[in-house]
Design a protein around this ligand. Structure first.
Ligand code: NAD
Ligand code: ZN
Length: 346
């Protein structure tokens, strides 16, 4: 089968031909219908050899959807032909975190070598993909896999980040979204649907700011040295009740901290390596800083329900598996509007 693999450190990913995986007991084989392209893949492929821990060759793709092709021995409650979305942050399934559906925070995954698909295990950018356990599949039903596959990360991650701040985002509040790419443009829609906040979107790219407005941002501002003053102006000098940084480089983390109101939340989702300086006087009174990772199984079900109700819609650009490397080039160039989605067989 065809797969898009990261083969050599520092080189672009390649389309290769590899054997179709064979399903073992308790596993599920999917025929992939869609695979999302995330900025985290670019981060992974930018790591030098001594920091790279994902194995080579690596079949990319941690956002996946598919049709059940074959069930391993003992798998129940799924049928061949079912349309499903893949819950990516695989855990052990037994620890206290996993018992609460928070496999993203599994305490055993690292020690047991359990890796998410596309981030250590073979991912969704292939014609077929193996799922280690049926609990990592959520029914898609009538949802279009191509339009909705990215909800498994670009939806789930902002949903998890935002849900924790909802108590601070009642009527009259203000939320700031920094970086209105794949995650950010979904985050804006989640904030508009679930909170009373006025949403201020920041990006460095005018087209992304136009997308931010298109998906519901109340204000769209350039992310620069003036942005904090602009946010203060919009909030009567108080600052934002919650700031979600979907970039995470030093300038955006600094901006996020400076823009937060007293008792506000700063949530750093982007993995750009920026560090928030926290200490008395360095940050507003009682500001809470968090750096979440992905989301829980329950939250994936919730975010898919938001899509069913028309509350979130991912802007997508489709690529064939053969054109997969071009999707990463476009992501790098900053020209993707919303999310690039690879559709095997297209
Ligand atoms: P993306 O490339 O689709 O979007 C990033 C956006 O940020 C783009 O619109 C870009 O123009 C904008 N941007 C770049 N520099 C900026 C700046 N200085 N100020 C404001 N905007 C700026 O990326 P994505 O796939 O949405 O991922 C966003 C980030 O989140 C990445 O760092 C990714 O690795 C990370 N991520 C984290 C998690 C997690 O669980 N914590 C999960 C998924 C992705
Ligand atoms: Zn991701």
């Amino acid at each position: 089968m065809k797969a898009l693999q990261y083969v050599e450190i520092g080189q672009p990913p390649k389309v290769v031909d590899i054997p179709k995986p064979e399903v073992g007991p308790g596993q599920v084989l999917l025929k992939v219908t869609a695979a999302g392209v995330c900025h985290s893949d670019e981060f992974v492929m930018s790591l030098p050899e001594d920091q790279y821990t994902y194995g080579l060759p690596l079949t990319l793709g941690h956002e996946g959807a598919g049709i059940v092709e074959e069930l391993g021995e003992g798998v129940e409650h799924l049928n061949v032909g079912d349309a499903v979305a893949v819950y990516g942050p695989w855990g052990c399934g037994r620890c206290h975190m996993c018992a609460r559906g928070k496999e993203n925070y599994c305490v055993n995954a690292e020690a047991e070598g359990i890796k998410p698909p596309g981030l250590g295990s073979p991912g969704s950018m292939a014609e077929y993909m193996l799922i280690d356990d049926p609990r990592h599949l959520v029914p898609l039903g009538d949802l279009d896999p191509v339009k909705n596959v990215s909800l498994t990360d670009a939806g789930l991650t902002p949903y998890h980040a935002i849900k924790n701040s909802l108590p601070k985002l009642g009527a009259g509040s203000t939320a700031v979204v920094i970086g209105t790419g794949g995650l950010g443009h979904v985050g804006i829609q989640i904030l508009k649907a679930l909170s009373g906040a006025v949403v201020v979107a920041l990006d460095v790219n005018d087209e992304k700011l136009e997308l931010a407005k298109h998906v519901g941002a109340d204000h769209a501002l350039l992310s620069n040295a003036d942005a904090v003053d602009e946010i203060k102006k919009l909030t009567g000098g108080l600052g934002a009740d919650a700031v979600f940084d979907f970039v995470g480089v030093q300038p955006t983390v600094d901006l996020a901290v400076a823009a937060a109101a007293t008792e506000g939340d700063v949530t750093i989702v982007g993995i750009g390596g920026g560090i928030a300086k926290v200490g008395f006087g360095a940050i507003g009174y009682d500001v809470a800083v968090r750096s979440p990772y992905w989301g829980s199984r329950a939250e994936l079900i919730e975010v898919l329900d938001m899509a069913r109700r028309g509350q979130v819609e991912v802007e997508i650009q489709k690529y064939s598996l053969d054109d997969g490397p071009k999707a990463y080039e476009a992501l790098h160039a900053g020209t993707i509007r919303g999310r690039a989605v690879i559709v095997p067989g297209s």
